[in-house]
Ligand binder design. Structure first.
Ligand SMILES: NC(=O)c1ccc[n+]([C@@H]2O[C@H](COP(=O)([O-])OP(=O)(O)OC[C@H]3O[C@@H](n4cnc5c(N)ncnc54)[C@H](OP(=O)(O)O)[C@@H]3O)[C@@H](O)[C@H]2O)c1
Length: 280
């Protein structure tokens, strides 16, 4: 398959940020795309801009954590386009806060979206790709999948899980001609922080022993904005993976992501602990 033109590619989390940029990027390259997320109005507006004829872009709004919605997404894609060449598992969000304080139920919810929904959707897509003898699955991980930070360990754990899942899956699907790649974005300016604040305010604003450190945590994010990337930095990597006959196991970007990953590889854990330690 590889050239992007005419590929049929499903993108989850296409209503904003990296998913939306990926949709624009792939549509421009001539792919036929399927947009999914919960905010149907956003998807409809994006689709209308990308393809007013509705021939090359399909919107299937839904929640990735719903089994029914996942099945509808696959069925509607096959009904309209008859095949699936790419799946970009991008939908996700972050729950932040001290491990001691975040309720286990909120952690489960984050794992449900970032990990189990991704697995369940992949389970639906693999038989289709196997029957075709080709396909590409691109999972959106994070630098946080390699570097876990204080006050962010829950989200970071979901992305660590994707490292293992992607590695295992790559070997399992290779015999069937299905390619699998992981993208490790650094900090990208999207709606991600607003969504994380919404999901986590009650834990990050919690009065208690961690309160003095939360301000430092926020300052850290503000500083990161100076080096932050834009969604297109990641859309480009996703497109490169989908267009490759032999994608790299991992793609990271922008530059600060590569530097952090290199430091993690180079430095002892104790030194990383010092770099990431809580500050008031
Ligand atoms: N921005 C960063 O700095 C960064 C860094 C590393 C990795 N990432 C990863 O990149 C991916 C995209 O994030 P982003 O930065 O583009 O953030 P974003 O702008 O907040 O986009 C997140 C997308 O996920 C969708 N989504 C969330 N929960 C969903 C659910 N239950 N069902 C269906 N769709 C759902 C949202 O759509 P609806 O709300 O409309 O459902 C939205 O389209 C995420 O997996 C994130 O973890 C981001």
């Amino acid at each position: 398959m590889p050239a992007l033109a005419e590929q049929v590619i499903i993108i989850t989390g296409a209503s904003s940020g990296i998913g939306e940029a990926t949709a624009r990027w792939l549509a421009k390259a001539g792919a036929r795309i399927v947009l999914s997320a919960r905010r149907a109005d956003r998807l409809a507006a994006l689709a209308a801009g990308l393809d007013p004829t509705g021939e090359r872009v399909l919107v299937v709004a839904g929640d990735v954590t719903s089994d029914l919605d996942r099945r509808r997404l696959i069925e509607a894609t096959l009904k309209k386009f008859g095949r699936i060449d790419g799946l970009v598992n991008n939908a996700g969000y972050a729950t932040r806060g001290p491990l001691e304080i975040v309720p286990v139920e909120a952690m489960r919810k984050n794992f449900e979206t970032n990990v189990f929904a991704l697995i369940a959707l992949t389970q639906l897509v693999v038989p289709v790709m196997r029957a075709q003898g080709s396909g590409c699955i691109v999972n959106i991980g994070s630098v946080a999948g390699r570097i876990a930070r204080p006050l962010s360990s829950i989200y970071d754990a979901t992305k660590h899980a994707l490292e293992a899942i992607t590695d295992g899956l790559r070997g399992e699907l290779q015999p069937f001609g299905i390619r699998v790649a992981l993208i490790q974005p650094g900090f990208i300016l999207t709606e991600f922080i607003a969504a994380a604040d919404k999901a986590s305010d009650q834990y990050t604003d919690h009065p208690g022993p961690y309160a003095p450190f939360m301000a430092g945590f926020r300052v850290g994010y503000k500083k990161l904005r100076r080096v932050a990337g834009v969604p297109d930095d990641i859309a480009r990597l996703i497109a490169r993976a989908l267009a490759s006959n032999q994608p790299a196991p991992r793609y990271s970007g922008p530059l600060h992501a590569k530097i952090f990953l290199f430091l993690k590889w180079l430095l002892p854990d104790r030194v990383m602990d010092l770099i990431l330690r809580l500050r008031r």
